[in-house]
Design a protein around this ligand. Sequence first.
Ligand code: HEM
Length: 155
Amino acid sequence: MDTLEWMLVTSYLWVKAAHLIFVIFWIAGLFMLPRFYIYHQPVAPGSAEDRLWIERERRLRSIILTPAMIAVWVLGLALIWINQANGSDILSQGWLHAKLAIVLALSGYHGWAVGYGRKMARGYRPAKDTALRLMNEVPGIATAVIVILVIVRPF
Ligand code: HEM
C-alpha cells in the first residue's frame, strides 16, 4: 500500500469513528428526551418544577440532540461519498437503502420529540402517558435494526 492509499484508508476510518461517536450521542439523547417528558408530564404548568424541566429539555435538545443529529448525517453522507468516489458502489446495496429509510424515520421521530417539548413548554400535555412510554421504545428498536443492517448486511 503506498502512502496516498494508506492516508485515504486511515481518513475513512477516522470519519467512520466520528460517525459512530455522534451516533452514540444522538441515540443517547433520543433515549433521554421522551423519558424526561414522562417525568415532566404530571408537573403543573407554570410551576418552578415545570420551568426546571423546560430548561433541562431545552439544553438536551440544543447541546446534544440537534448538533449530534447533524453530525451523524454529515459524516454518514461523507462515508457514502468516499465509497462512491473510490468505486465501491454502496449506494446500490439494499441494506443501505433500508438503513437510510430507517434513519429518515428516526429523524422524523427527532422532529416529533422536539415539537412535543415545545408544546409542553407552552403548558400543553397532548399525549397520554402510555403513548409517551410507547414512543420511548422507538429509538431502541431503530438502533437494533440499523446495527443488524450495517453489520450483517442481510440483503
Ligand atoms: C444519518 C444518516 C446516516 C448515513 C448517511 C449513514 C451512512 C453510513 C455509511 C456509508 C457507513 C459506512 C459503511 C461501511 O464502511 O461499510 C456507516 C457506518 C455505520 N453506521 Fe451509519 N449512517 C447514518 C446513520 C447511522 C445511525 C443512526 C446508526 C445507528 C443507530 C448508524 C450506525 C452505523 C454503524 C454501526 C456503522 C459501522 C458499520 C461497519 O463498520 O461495518 N449510522 N454509516
